[in-house]
Design a protein around this ligand. Structure first.
Ligand SMILES: Cc1cc2nc3c(=O)[nH]c(=O)nc-3n(C[C@H](O)[C@H](O)[C@H](O)COP(=O)(O)OP(=O)(O)OC[C@H]3O[C@@H](n4cnc5c(N)ncnc54)[C@H](O)[C@@H]3O)c2cc1C
Length: 426
């Protein structure tokens, strides 16, 4: 019987050069694999380009919760609310919304918390290791962040949340108002208090993390190719990718890390994954009109009342926020950016943000707020790592360690069953 000889373009093809794909590709190359990273589009297209840079180790609660469901109905269609549904997208979103409501039930919510906790436990340590190995340690700061409040109700909410998180080992410490005024004198006088989360971190330029990982990948022998994957095929011993230009790339293993665009790639192999996008916006104030850079905050400042976080980065001061359910194709809503401008003026009165740059990005989100991680259940040589919602930067390094070991040795150091693609039955 004639033996089929496969010619491979690489041992492993990783699809998607955002923070998840870049971290996985680097870890695989470090493990000695011949890796090709297939990347499509400009940096700005990736959620990894414009995020808040927050290593949010304190975020353990999935968005799908009874609390969010209770409060969301009243402001989903309000143009000024932090959570918004674009009416033109409502019909397309209904199946995802139904699953989201289902995931908010007590038992599923608890499963979601356990799933996030298992990844968060080593997220920061993994990030420290990853950035050190890629020679990018200088990008990470570990001073924690502040949650501020402006009203007694805001204070009560911040303290209640801290108490809930404390039950899972998340540490917080009060910051005296006098310290807040002296260390962050630019903050508006409406801010009445703050709680410090010492265990979180932040990076000073999220895209510098990705581009640095690309370089580190190349130094470890990996390659990067521009191209858009359209379809995947897999059989015993090989897997291939059909590209938009009609060419095919063949590998022993494929890893799909295409963020918000992963759904059609998984579907081309028969996996029906209810992946949606939570659109988010940022404004970044670089040089102000007088040529002076905006004030530097010693650590990131988040407001639960305003649902925003602001952070000093190497390119200026960035405020991010808002969740907009509106799919991949509707244009950005300028009212969301106006809202961020108003929030910024309220929190840092007088900052000159007229020349701020604007951006909108796509958080890849499954209804239960857990990513899809692990092997494709019906194709031994295809793997998935996508759907990291609000936590892709935070969880990139732990994801990369788990996926690289799984793909290299067949065993993940973390139990990946809670994140299996099979949980959606597709
Ligand atoms: C406003 C905002 C603030 C955020 N803040 C934080 C934060 O502070 N901390 C945190 O942890 N997370 C944060 N996030 C979430 C985080 O940015 C995402 O979870 C993360 O960037 C997802 O990374 P990714 O690599 O999966 O996807 P992406 O970064 O979107 O990268 C996917 C890449 O794949 C490419 N691609 C897509 N389709 C194809 C194809 N067919 N072929 C080839 N390439 C393809 C895309 O062009 C893109 O470059 C934030 C997100 C937003 C929007």
């Amino acid at each position: 019987m004639a033996r089929l000889i496969h010619r491979y373009d690489a041992q492993v093809i990783v699809i998607g050069g955002g923070v998840i794909g870049s971290a996985c590709a680097f870890r695989l190359a470090q493990a000695g694999r011949d890796v090709l990273l297939l990347q499509f589009g400009t940096p700005e297209r990736a959620a990894s380009f414009g995020n808040a840079g927050h290593i949010a180790t304190e975020q353990l609660f999935p968005l799908a919760s009874a609390e969010v469901i209770r409060s969301s109905w009243r402001y989903l269609l309000d143009t000024d609310s932090p959570l918004r549904l674009r009416p033109a997208y409502l019909l397309a979103l209904l199946p995802w919304l139904a699953r989201f409501v289902w995931a908010a039930r007590g038992k599923s919510f608890k499963r979601g918390v356990a799933g996030l906790l298992a990844l968060q436990q080593s997220a920061l340590v993994d990030m420290v290791d990853l950035l050190a190995d890629a020679d990018l340690a200088h990008l990470l700061h570990q001073r924690g962040h502040l949650e501020v409040w402006e009203t007694p109700a805001g204070e009560a909410a911040v303290l209640a949340q801290a108490q809930r998180l404390g039950a899972y080992g998340i540490k917080t410490a009060p910051w005296a108002l006098a310290d807040l005024r002296s260390q962050l004198p630019e903050l508006g006088q409406s801010v009445q208090g703050a709680l410090h989360y010492p265990g979180s971190g932040h990076v000073e330029d999220p895209w510098a993390v990705c581009s640095g990982l690309h370089l580190a990948l190349q130094h470890s022998g990996g390659r990067i190719r521009q191209g858009r994957a359209l379809q995947l095929h897999a059989d015993k011993g090989y897997a291939n990718v059909l590209l938009e230009d009609g060419s095919r790339l063949q590998a022993q293993q494929l890893l799909v890390c295409a963020g918000a665009w992963s759904r059609p790639l998984a579907a081309s192999l028969g996996y029906r994954v209810p992946l949606e996008v939570e659109r988010g916006y940022h404004i970044t104030v670089g040089k102000q009109a007088d040529g002076v850079m905006p004030p530097r905050l010693p650590l990131p400042v988040a407001s639960n009342e305003r649902k925003v976080i602001m952070s000093s980065m190497s390119m200026g001061l960035r405020m991010t926020g808002t969740v907009e359910l509106g799919g991949l194709h509707l244009p950005a809503d300028p009212r969301r950016l106006d809202l961020l401008q108003r929030q910024l003026q309220a929190m840092l009165p007088g900052i000159d943000s007229r020349q701020a740059s604007n951006w909108m990005g796509f958080r890849p989100s499954l209804p239960d707020h857990l990513p899809v991680l692990g092997a494709a259940t019906r194709h031994a040589n295809v793997f998935f790592a996508f759907g990291h919602q609000h936590l892709g930067l935070t969880l990139a390094a732990v994801t990369a360690r788990a996926m690289a070991q799984l793909m290299h040795s067949g065993h993940s150091p973390i139990d990946l069953s809670p994140y299996s693609v099979s949980r959606f039955g597709g």
